[in-house]
Write a protein that binds this ligand. Sequence first.
Ligand code: GLU
Length: 326
Amino acid sequence: MKRHAFTAAAFSGALLGAAMFSAPAVAQERFITIGTGGQTGVYYVVGQSVCRMVNRGSDDHNIRCNAPSTGGSVANVNGMKSGELDMGVVQSDVQYRAYHGEGNFEDDGAWEEMRAVFTMHGEPLTVVARADSGIEHFSDFPDKRVNIGNPGSGQRNTMNVVMDAMGWTEDTFALASQLDAAEQAAALADNNVDAMVYVVGHPNGSIQEATTTVDANIIPVTGPEIDELIEEYPYYTRSVIPGGMYRGNEEDVETFGVAATFVTHAGVDEEIVYEAVKAVFDNFDRYKRLHPAFENLNPEEMISQGLTAPLHDGAARYYREQGWIE
Ligand code: GLU
């Protein structure tokens, strides 16, 4: 205790000294941490890209940004709630459910502190099955070995909804594994699972790894149950994974999907969110070049689609300055 007090006194003395002898005083550095996903996904690149833009301006605003790999959407929501993360990338369906306290978030209740920043790329529910698995359509899943995703991931959250709609439980499958996103392509190649499920933007490293290390097909996710989900929930849309992106998958594949969204919470300082948003949109052409999944992004859609929570004040301030919102 005493030693602590002594150290604190010495420290404040040093600070005082610095303030007296070095002018101008340096403003305090502030740190932001952005939750992403697995390293072979696109969220990791979203977080790294936002940080790269922010950190280019650190000399001016003194904000330093980092974006570690995480378990995905649900882990990011939980990390923001607990204060470990300031911002995060979150699927639009997960944003909706967390904000309203529905589905897997029912026990937690509505998280009204959540704030939207912008929407990113589309994320189709992407099922990849080994060519020798006998899976040709999503409805062939029963009695197969399926990686339904780690509990913190968005795909697991979406799969829970889909499994309910199909009348499936984990017992429906010969194996329901819970591997992280970054582990599933290797599990498919090693024949530990027949199929992997990933809600993710395209092209991405994980699906590329899966389709190049083993003969594997991207599988359609369609049918009456899926039509009903799209009808019932505002955040689900029909979606197509374009043919020709991955080895052995030349045809377009129909599925449904969500959007990746960038969110924060009301407790994060307005200035910080303003600077982060400004860093992205002031350098938008450069930002878009950081991943091919960002190619078709445009600001108008990014600030109007896929968002459930209200805009954070710092984001709204920048969009107002640009004349993008009233
Ligand atoms: N949609 C996935 C999730 O919410 C992550 C996809 C990615 O990392 O690009 O967990």
